[in-house]
Design a protein. Structure first.
Length: 200
């Protein structure tokens, strides 16, 4: 069996380019293919630690943009735009407070959240996180907004795709080249948010 190479070319590029983690290139590739983050946009970043995605987002939104990042771990960064980093569990978030911080509804919700992996039921825990992300996106995105979220391929992958299609007009799955070959992670990318469903 081939030895896992942890310090791959993206790891080295991140060091050279000043990004906090190799995951920055996953978002760059998602952006190049799907144009998720608009210039001067408002972005909600769920699972934002250590901050590499926020670094890329700041480049994309520019000085007029706003980023709100959420993670269980505190994040301390210097970015070239307005940003707010919240140390919190995503299940405890108040959508109204998030929109207040951003100055309005978000153009994009991004999630690089992953469960603590054990090798058993990781895909189910990942699907659970995705449902939480969809719930937040439903109440924070503007109509027409965009979503990008990580998911582990597994038993509930197709169900999560279907649930995402209820909320968005265009939904695809995509595995960036920057994702390690041995990883089960992929991304669900969605555009044209239909708007929050009316509660019964």
């Amino acid at each position: 069996m081939a030895r896992r190479v942890t310090q791959d070319r993206y790891f080295k590029r991140a060091k050279e380019d000043g990004y906090l983690a190799r995951s920055a290139y996953k978002l760059k590739q998602l952006q190049d293919r799907f144009d998720l983050v608009p210039n001067a946009g408002r972005v909600l970043d769920l699972g934002c630690a250590p901050g590499s995605w926020m670094q890329v987002e700041a480049e994309l939104v520019g000085q007029s943009g706003v980023i709100v990042g959420v993670d269980l771990k505190a994040v301390n960064l210097k970015l070239g735009c307005e940003f707010h980093a919240i140390a919190a569990d995503i299940n405890d978030l108040d959508p109204g407070h998030l929109k207040e911080l951003a100055g309005g509804t978000f153009d994009t919700v991004l999630s690089d959240l992953a469960p603590n992996t054990t090798g058993h039921g990781d895909d189910l825990r990942s699907a659970h996180l995705c449902r939480a992300v969809l719930g937040i996106a439903e109440h924070t995105l503007r109509p027409g907004g965009r979503l990008g979220m990580k998911i582990f391929d597994g038993a509930e992958f197709q169900d999560i795709l279907k649930e995402t299609r209820v909320l968005f007009q265009q939904v695809k799955s995509y595995k960036p080249d920057a994702t390690r070959d041995v990883s089960r992670e992929t991304y669900i990318v969605a555009r044209n948010f239909r708007g929050a469903r009316l509660m019964p």
